[in-house]
Structures are given as C-alpha cells and as structure tokens.
Design a protein around this ligand. Sequence first.
Ligand SMILES: Nc1ncnc2c1ncn2[C@@H]1O[C@H](COP(=O)(O)OP(=O)(O)O)[C@@H](O)[C@H]1O
Ligand SMILES: [Mg+2]
Length: 277
Amino acid sequence: MSTSAAYVTFVDPDGVDDEKEIALAAWAEAGITGHIVRWDDPEIDWAAFDAVVVRTPWDYVGRRAEFLDWTRRVESVTRLLNPAAVLERNTDKTYLRALDDLAIPTYWVAPGEAVDFPDLQEYVVKPSVSSGARDTIRTVDRGKAEAHAAQLAAEGRTAMIQPYLDMVEAEGETSLLYFGGRFSHAIRRIPMLVENATGLDEENSRGGLRDPEPDQLALAERVLAEFPEVLYARVDLVRLPDGTPVLIELELTEPYLFLRYAPDGAANLARALAEAL
Ligand SMILES: Nc1ncnc2c1ncn2[C@@H]1O[C@H](COP(=O)(O)OP(=O)(O)O)[C@@H](O)[C@H]1O
Ligand SMILES: [Mg+2]
C-alpha cells in the first residue's frame, strides 16, 4: 500500500501558492501520494492520511485559536508535521524572546504594559501574531511608533518594537531552508518594508538563490538545534549594522519554501518526509 500525505493549504491558494504541484510531484517520486486539502474543510477525514503536512494555511492569522484547535485534533488521529506544539509556539513571535541573543533586538509591549523603549534611528513596530508584514509599520517618528504599539496593545495584542535594519535594502534578507534537519537551499529575499524594491525581475519577484555565508549557516544551525522534531524550517536572517547575522523570524508553520528556485528543493523535502514516515 502506498503512503499518503495531505498538503495543507487554505481556501484560495491558486495564484499565491505556486509550489504545491512541484511538492506533490516530488512526493510521488518518493512513493508518497499527496492530496491538496484546506485545513478548515469539514469534510476531510484526517485519519485517512499517514501524515498531514502543514504547508500554506495562509488565512490562519485572524483565526489562530481555531487553527491551533485544528492542529491538536489532527494530531490526535495521525502524524502532523510540523507537530502541534511547534505550531502553537511558532505562530506567536514571542518565541523570539527565548532565542534572545540570536535574534534581532526587540522591545516588547504586552497588553496592559507600559510602552517603553529607547530612542532609535528608525523603528519597526509589529504585532507578535502576523504574517506578510500585516499591521507592521516602519517610521522615523517616535510618536508614531509609540502610538502604533499602544494601539496593538489596546487590541489585546503584543507589540514588538525593533530598529529598522536598512541592510535589507542592500544585501536583502536571507532565508535558509532545512528539511529533516538538513540544509537544502538558501534564498535572497526582497525586503518588504521598502517602496519600489528593485534588483530582481518579475519572474524572481520573491527572491533568488544565494550561497549562504558560513556565519549564517552557523546561526541557523544553533537556532534549529532547539527544534529537532521539525520536518521543514525556514530561518530568516538579517544583519545588524556591525555585520552580525541575527534571526528576524523562524518559520516553522507556513513558510513559502522557494521550491521553484532550487533544483533539489522539492526532492529534499520529499526525502525528509519519506524518512519521517
Ligand atoms: N526590524 C526590521 N528591519 C527591517 N525590515 C524589517 C524589520 N522587521 C520586519 N521587516 C520587514 O518586514 C517583513 C515582515 O516581518 P517579519 O518579522 O518577518 O514578520 P511576518 O513575515 O510574520 O509578517 C520582513 O521580511 C522584512 O522585510
Ligand atoms: Mg517574515
């Protein structure tokens, strides 16, 4: 009997998730029959799959509690990758607090706490639960930064205040992809908080393949040592003004994996999935 796995997406992935077909083709090569399903489809019998692979459920942000309930429900009947406990921890960027010395400097404002942070040249203010830079601002105006943090906290959300790292405009952000704990490929990503970001054509509008620097690989591996149980991981790095690489986000939930950009990417993921089964 062949092995089957769900590729979990959301109600409207076409046009945004352009890597599901590539992933499924590689799974088939590895003897795994893939099925594209949306996480909130009430008709799905999750127990029928040998594994349920969370891939692009990109509408969970406003529905986090419902999404996490779903992960626990699925995990009670079959193998969920990444595991529910990892997804719960990873869908709120407060996990960065535990990775403090490896991560971008961040000042936190939880609901009910005073808005308190030092003067910086330029600020980024974002909520701890977000994706695609939703509700994220960049400003040189301290008053605006304070007001946005206060607004998020008033909504019951935890606000994060960070220095704006302008290196992203020159070097770009680097994403390192790991499958089954092994490095697969690295990508130079287009910065999001910049108007008219240039340097890449439309075909490569999400980024391009890059060779990671040894210090980036070393940092990614230190971060991932904390998460030995994951199938897929994307480690997003930037550099401080002094050149030190730091973690800006660890994507263990629903990262775009840049499989179309890396010749072996999809096969690497399929191999890791086959091993996990
Ligand atoms: N402190 C920062 N300095 C420069 N760019 C930032 C900073 N924080 C966020 N960004 C930009 O905004 C994007 C989204 O922020 P991120 O923290 O990755 O949250 P998410 O992807 O979950 O929305 C980043 O990929 C980056 O381009
Ligand atoms: Mg991000």
